[in-house]
Design a protein around this ligand. Structure first.
Ligand code: ZN
Length: 503
């Protein structure tokens, strides 16, 4: 089987992708009322009430300031490391982080009115407008970016399938002997970093290898298996959390692919996606409820993420690569990725001519697709600095599909991803709840109450919900490490200061 057979294979959902802050408006209104007090000639009783509210505000402000800004003594900020324990009433716990990936949960799925529980969790905790995936917006590159904080050019998983010219071998996400080979996976995943600090970790099917090249493995590992009911996954996570202190993992990672599978099969606007979305929302509720029942919401930070979004591909406009390349089409030796296409031509091909043909066709297409070399690749893709990245990349816009006359649209899925990571349809989810979000929430309301400029990273989308601005998923590694209090971290493509204002 050649690489092109794999890349163009009709989509098989069974095999594919084994992947608010509450405002304290009362404070502002108190200020307003105070300013308007005399003009309105308010009765004495009301003046006393407002004065009391004003004093209350000052006390609250001073309290919050002392608590959060002037001295870093908020108990949640100090709640990490080996010696700091917190009781849930019956047992001692170390700070614990649970990161759950719901594959293919597009950021705006949360606005469909079908995820009341995820929204409720985000209102108690926090949410981002979007989590921006790395390019290519595919499952394996993005799950490894979430684990390592690295772009594809740094972590080496440059597609779900790709050719490595150095080792003359091909990576296949869906073949265990390939995908579990540690040498493909560069960078240091969060479970390895945490493990080095003596933290017990648990990995429930997170896309990636069981071991890295250093031999590091999660303390507990459940390998990928398709069609595992959400209830079973919930039971496993809770069983880990219920372990005795000395055996209990502090970092748990879990993966759920059903929403992505539904999106590919029926498209993002389908009833199947909506039904599956409801199911993963109930899973989020059940997980939250289980933590509440154990009095763990001030001990466990739960972070719900997704790897990428999904776009409708049920009526695509087809772009025929063989029409563009003519006789040279047959000289494509390796074809990486999907729906973008990384091309490596055989030694007897006239690559300069191929590139001219592709550039001419792209220019004539008025933006339906773009052709990039390492020299012209958009900087925002961070997709040049690795020999595994094919020298020529053809990237279709959303709505367009690269194919050949022979293949046409046979076997195409009704939904897909892998497109430009700036497209809103490709954007992913970030919802967090737990001790961290409580600090952020207090910090935000405290800043509002002092009438300083509202925290620039937050926006009001409704009267009672605040969400973070979109941010890149390469920042997630640093967040988890800070929550766990791990200082000896690996270098990432995130910004070291990104989370500073929250800690
Ligand atoms: Zn995915």
């Amino acid at each position: 089987m050649t690489s092109s057979d794999v890349a163009r294979k009709p989509y098989d959902s069974d095999r594919e992708e084994t992947k608010g802050l509450l405002s304290e408006d009362i404070h502002e209104e108190s200020w307003k009322a105070d300013e308007e007090l005399e003009d309105r000639g308010w009765p004495r009783k009301r003046i006393v009430g407002v004065a009391a509210a004003f004093i209350g505000l000052l006390i609250t402000g001073v309290f919050a300031r002392t608590f959060l800004l002037d001295s870093p003594t908020h108990p949640n900020l100090l709640f990490h490391g080996h010696d700091v324990l917190r009781s849930n009433g019956t047992h001692d716990f170390k700070r614990t982080v649970l990161i759950v990936s719901i594959d293919g949960l597009r950021a705006d799925y949360l606005d469909r009115g079908l995820t009341p529980h995820l929204l409720d969790i985000s209102k108690q905790g926090l949410r981002a407008k979007a989590l921006v995936p790395i390019f290519p917006t595919l499952t394996f590159p993005n799950h490894w970016a979430l684990m390592t904080g690295l772009y594809a050019e740094s972590h080496g998983i440059v597609g779900n399938n790709f050719w490595d010219p150095k080792t003359r071998s091909e990576f296949h996400y869906n073949q265990i002997k390939s995908a579990w080979e540690p040498s493909w996976w560069l960078g240091e995943p969060m479970w390895e970093t945490a493990g080095k600090s003596g933290i017990i970790t648990a990995n429930l099917m997170w896309p990636g290898p069981p071991k890295t090249t250093s031999g590091a493995a999660a303390s507990y590992f459940v390998p990928w298996k398709d069609k595992v009911p959400l209830k079973e996954k919930l039971d496993q996570l809770i069983a880990w959390i219920d372990l005795p202190f000395d055996e209990r993992p502090q970092l748990l990672m879990a993966y759920e692919p059903s929403l992505d599978q539904a999106g590919h099969k029926a498209g993002p606007m389908s009833a199947l996606v909506n039904k599956t979305l409801t199911q993963v929302d109930v899973f989020a509720k059940d997980l939250h409820t289980a933590l509440v029942a154990r009095n763990l919401t001030e001990i466990v930070d739960v972070v719900f993420v997704s790897d990428h979004g999904m776009t409708d591909t049920s009526h695509p406009e087809l772009i025929y690569m063989d029409d563009i390349l003519g006789n040279e089409y047959d000289k494509i030796e390796h074809e990486d990725g999907w729906p973008a296409m990384g091309l490596r031509f055989s030694a007897d091909a006239n690559v300069t001519h191929c590139l001219e043909l592709l550039h001419a066709a792209a220019a004539a297409s008025s933006g339906k697709f773009h052709v990039f070399t390492h020299e012209t690749m958009p900087t925002r893709f961070h997709f040049t600095q690795h020999e595994r990245i094919a020298p020529i990349y053809v990237v279709p816009q959303i709505g367009y599909v690269l194919t050949s006359e022979a293949e046409g649209d046979v076997g195409m899925s009704k939904g897909n991803h892998g497109y430009d990571n700036t497209a809103a349809e490709m954007h992913a989810m970030f919802v967090a709840h737990g001790p961290f979000s409580q600090v952020v929430k207090l910090l935000h309301s405290q800043r509002r109450s002092l009438l300083t400029r509202p925290n620039k990273g937050w926006h009001s989308t409704s009267d009672d919900t605040y969400v973070m601005d979109p941010f890149e998923n390469v920042q997630v590694y640093s967040l988890v490490m800070r929550l766990l209090g791990v200082d000896a971290v690996a270098p990432t493509n995130g910004s070291a200061a990104f989370w500073d204002k929250y800690f």
